[in-house]
Design a binder for this molecule. Structure first.
Ligand SMILES: [Cu+2]
Length: 230
């Protein structure tokens, strides 16, 4: 039956091609689907439609459906940087290899609103991208009364604290006199050392706009000063 032979060869070749393509598809791994738009939606889902939050390392086919002319889909991370043009609509297919790291996809036109992160392999869990600016420590002031008849309030530079910006301060007080005290009075603040007390005190205070006065109560006419807070 000579007519069967070519048919058999074609059939064998077709099966072989099918197996080979299947094997290649397997080697390339899973297909993920990215979507951006309409509105401010951006997503990356797996074959079952679940949002991608964690993947195994490997090679993936990513099919991105860019449904908006105002947004794009930008996938970045270790070894990966793929982007669709903002002004173009359409379907884009990428082959990417993810390694143990965190990856981000976002719209470059709306990077704070439209950003998602997922981890691959044993990468540490993605950290939330809230940027907390650390508060500066309170500025230090040095208040001194005594010895003898003297009172002062100084900045850490040694200059007299005459005008200060409104904020939090730490006042380090040295009361060196048994017959004077250090008393600071003004908006929201009324702190003092004892007249008979000698030693140190530390006050954390918030100075608000206005005028503050420091004095020694037994001698307030002579031993005093003021600060203007702006
Ligand atoms: Cu956008």
């Amino acid at each position: 039956m000579p007519s069967f032979k070519p048919l058999l060869i074609v059939a064998v070749a077709a099966v072989a091609a099918f197996i080979l393509s299947g094997a290649r598809a397997h080697a390339q791994g899973t297909t993920l689907h990215g979507t951006v738009g309409p509105a401010f939606n951006i997503s990356l889902v797996d074959a079952s439609g679940d949002p991608v939050s964690h993947l195994d390392p490997g090679t993936y086919t990513i099919v991105v459906d860019d449904k908006s002319e105002e947004h794009n889909f930008h996938l970045t991370g270790t070894g990966v940087d793929q982007v669709t043009p903002i002004e173009l609509l359409g379907t884009f297919t990428w082959t990417v290899t993810f390694t143990d790291a965190n990856y981000t996809f976002r719209c470059d036109a709306h990077p704070t609103l439209m950003t998602r992160t997922f981890g691959v392999g044993n990468a540490p869990p993605p950290t939330t991208t809230t940027t907390t600016t650390p508060k500066p420590p309170p500025v230090k002031l040095l208040g001194t009364v005594g010895p003898g008849s003297s009172i002062s309030l100084k900045k850490s530079s040694g200059a007299a604290a005459k005008t200060l910006p409104a904020k939090k301060y730490t006042v380090s007080v040295r009361d060196l006199s048994k017959v004077q005290n250090f008393h600071l009075i003004g908006p929201g603040v009324n702190r003092s050392t004892g007249v008979g007390f000698t030693g140190r005190a530390s006050w954390t205070i918030t100075l608000k706009k206005g005028t503050y006065r420091f004095q020694s109560d037994p001698n307030r006419a002579r031993l005093h000063g003021s600060i203007r807070v702006t």
